[in-house]
Design a binder for this molecule. Sequence first.
Ligand SMILES: N[C@@H](CCC(=O)N[C@@H](CS)C(=O)NCC(=O)O)C(=O)O
Length: 207
Amino acid sequence: MPVTLHHLELSRSERIIWLLEELNAPYEIKRYKRDPQVRLAPPELAEKHPLGKAPLLELEDGTVLAETGAIAQYLLDTFDPDHALHPAPDAPGRLKFLEWMHASEGAVFLPFLMSTYCEATGLKDSLLDQFMDGERAKAFAHIERHLSQNDYFAGEQFSAADCLMGFQLDAIAKRGGVKDGSALKAWLDRVQQRDAYQAMRKVTAED
Ligand SMILES: N[C@@H](CCC(=O)N[C@@H](CS)C(=O)NCC(=O)O)C(=O)O
């Protein structure tokens, strides 16, 4: 029996769909809509996990796993025994892979998330938002420097770290935040041509 992804429209669960497609893993999808006013998840997601957030991965035995990073690690352990999408512990790229996998929910993306929260709560251009501007500039510079020296986040090979970093970078690009000619734009163009990315976009087009 396949795993079930509990997917909230326009959310981080897009990167798990992308990863599932990259892994060619069997999965079912259960879709949820955001509240049209407050944009939060519907109460049905909280019936599956106390935080009521997406993504959630439900395993065959009914166990429900939250947190994008944990879900990605579980999928890699289960469906990527040959380490095609995650460098083995002694392989080149392993440390970069680990760092960027975690950066995708950690320090590098906090400032971008804060920008969305500031806008949604009337705090755009507030002191907090201005402080976060500096943090965003630092994160952008870090990403740009890395991608000007490496084709992918883990180095020379595409990996699950690209899927995890991809969601927010895609969203920033859609808001016009990525400069033409940048290493980040070149990376986006490269990864968006992948069959699994295109398959994910077909799935999310039905949201
Ligand atoms: N750290 C969690 C964050 C989960 C999260 O905040 N998900 C958002 C979607 S991008 C969500 O479900 N928001 C709706 C809500 O909070 O009601 C992860 O990486 O999965």
